[in-house]
Design a protein around this ligand. Structure first.
Ligand code: ZN
Length: 375
């Protein structure tokens, strides 16, 4: 079975809360932070409802999940205190990950800040050696994430990941987390040459190292070095490319994790679009949502078609304006999904549906008319 899910909350009752949220989206995998990503405050392992969460996971058929290390860890830092904290805290996170029963913890390799890339790479490798030497009692792998290349981030090229791995003694404990948004932003052509990019990765790092794939769309064109996620279909990659990643045989068996942002007006009562994104990518939206869902999507095709609005052309042209026309952006800063939602509301195309239900159908509309043919 395809392992697919999203980032979910680990607050309150820890693993139980996380598993419940994941099940509500129809997930077959999920990802958690063991606490706030921006600080080091963590609850004791005994209070994380691990057994209860595991039980629910078994019932739901979820056998593999992923932990993400917090952003505050920077193994690339030249500052002693930042580096020391990173080593020590990553070790603690690995022990926590082990206690939860998870095999891979995703890590942003690090940033070199005022130094240079060579310094950063060596420092990260030194840090990973230190970290792994101290957690021999666990069987957790560190999944180095492919980065967008924002600021001084290391990991924007496959070569940087490979060099780090070469310098780490126990590198059998290093895996990779691919991120579609980051790879696009770093310059890899997932849209035009997915096979080529994966072959390149295989030559330089080895596809057997890939343990997790983050499936995010992106607000920026290829090579922008930005790292801003968009909902599936609402960005430059588009539904088709992300769907091709999820179903690529070279990545079969890995957990695919959404970290797509929530878009909308009513943050209090409306959930993220994960449920629709998951069902559409897994190809079982009919089982999950029924006929009605497809009727709504068909109505959107009809409505937008009449106005000559094509999903891909519309999304790309809005991002283009927001990026290149400051005046137009100031006049109307709304992102593609907001604009589409407002059009649907204005013309009462889908009356009686909630904001979340409308956005779910817009997500289905992004998937193209082929979706209706297959359903
Ligand atoms: Zn990440």
């Amino acid at each position: 079975m395809l392992k697919i899910g999203s980032h979910v909350s680990f607050s309150d009752k820890g693993l139980l809360t996380a598993a419940k949220e994941a099940v509500s989206y129809g997930s077959s995998s999920f990802m958690i932070y063991t606490g706030a990503p921006q600080n080091t405050r963590r609850k004791p392992v005994e209070t994380l409802y691990i057994e209860e969460g595991r039980e629910l996971m078994v019932q739901a058929g979820i056998d593999e999940i992923v932990v993400h290390a917090p952003y505050i860890i920077n193994l690339g830092s030249y500052k002693e205190d930042t580096y020391e904290l990173a080593v020590r805290f990553l070790q603690e996170e690995i022990r926590r990950t082990h206690a939860i029963g998870v095999r891979n913890i995703v890590l942003h390799p690090g940033a070199y800040t005022e130094k240079d890339a060579e310094f950063g790479i060596n420092r990260i490798a030194e840090g990973l050696n230190e970290v792994l030497d101290g957690v021999g009692e666990t069987d957790v792998n560190i999944a180095l994430e492919t980065m967008a290349g924002k600021g001084t981030e290391i990991g924007r090229t496959f070569e940087e990941i490979a060099v780090i791995m070469d310098k780490v003694h126990k590198n059998e404990r290093l895996t990779v987390c691919m991120d579609t948004c980051h790879m696009n932003d770093a310059g890899y052509d997932l849209i035009g040459d997915l096979d080529g990019v994966l072959e390149q990765f295989d030559r330089i790092v080895g596809l057997d190292r890939v343990a997790v794939v983050h499936i995010n769309d992106t607000k920026n064109p290829r090579g922008a070095a930005k790292d801003r996620h968009a909902p599936v279909g609402a960005g430059w990659l588009g539904f088709e490319t992300i769907n091709a990643v999820v179903h690529h045989e070279a990545l079969a068996g890995r957990p695919f994790i959404l970290e797509t942002p929530w878009i909308g007006k009513d943050a209090k009562n409306q959930r993220p679009m994960y449920e629709a994104e998951i069902a559409l990518l897994r190809g079982d939206a009919m089982d999950r949502f029924g006929d009605q869902f497809f009727d709504g999507i068909e109505r959107l095709h009809h409505f937008f078609g009449k106005q000559d609005i094509d999903p891909r052309t519309f999304v790309l042209s809005v991002w283009d304006v927001l990026k290149n026309d400051a005046k137009a952006k100031k006049a109307d800063p709304r992102e593609p999904m907001d604009r589409l939602y407002d059009l649907v509301m204005e013309h009462q195309v889908l009356p009686d549906l909630t904001e979340e239900e409308i956005n779910q159908r817009i997500t289905g509309w992004f998937a193209g008319k082929q979706l209706l043919v297959n359903a």
